[in-house]
Design a protein around this ligand. Structure first.
Ligand SMILES: [Zn+2]
Length: 177
């Protein structure tokens, strides 16, 4: 198990379309453990594979948020598909490990149902409201290369880019376009 560096926007790896997981191999299980370690280290409630630079369809959500189980391992969502969303929406501040220190109000359906495969190869469905509905949709977006900044206007996007470039050790970040 290892804590992996978080890929921070505007790194182009966050825009890659993630690949389907064909079968649960040791590699997939080891990716799960790295995601788990990294999520805990950065105090996230969810994390998607592209955020540690691996373009495969898997994300994790903290067990307390996903199932209400305290102290259980995070839930793995493999090859997930959002199969239903409610008609009512909810606007709330969202954060993302790939946008450290940035919070953006985002309007999303208040309910979402997702179907995914677990590490045991079994398919499962989870219907979420409030924070879980938001986490499901946010993490699922990562697997298609969709990010928080896609919900804001160009001015706000520029502000976020400047703020992240200023706080980053990576000197080229601002020039990345
Ligand atoms: Zn995120």
């Amino acid at each position: 198990m290892a804590v992996r560096p978080i890929v921070v926007w505007p790194d182009s790896r966050l825009r890659e379309e993630a690949k389907t997981v064909e079968t649960i191999t040791d590699e997939v299980r080891s990716l799960y453990k790295d995601l788990w370690d990294t999520m805990v280290a950065y105090q996230g409630i969810g994390i998607a594979s592209p955020q540690i630079g691996v373009a495969v369809k898997m994300f994790l959500i903290d067990a307390m948020v996903a199932t209400g189980e305290d102290g259980a391992p995070p839930v793995a969502f493999i090859n997930p598909e959002v199969i239903a969303t409610g008609t009512e929406t909810d606007k709330s501040d969202e954060g993302c490990l790939s946008f450290p220190g940035i919070y953006v109000p985002i309007e999303r359906p208040a309910e979402a149902t997702i179907r995914a495969m677990g590490l045991d190869c079994e398919m499962f469905e989870i219907a979420g409201t409030e924070l879980l509905a938001r986490a499901i949709q946010h993490e699922n977006d990562h697997l298609t290369g969709k990010l928080m900044v896609d919900f804001v206007g160009p001015l706000k996007k520029r502000m976020i880019k400047r703020k992240l470039a200023r706080e980053s050790d990576y000197e080229g970040a601002e020039a990345e376009g």
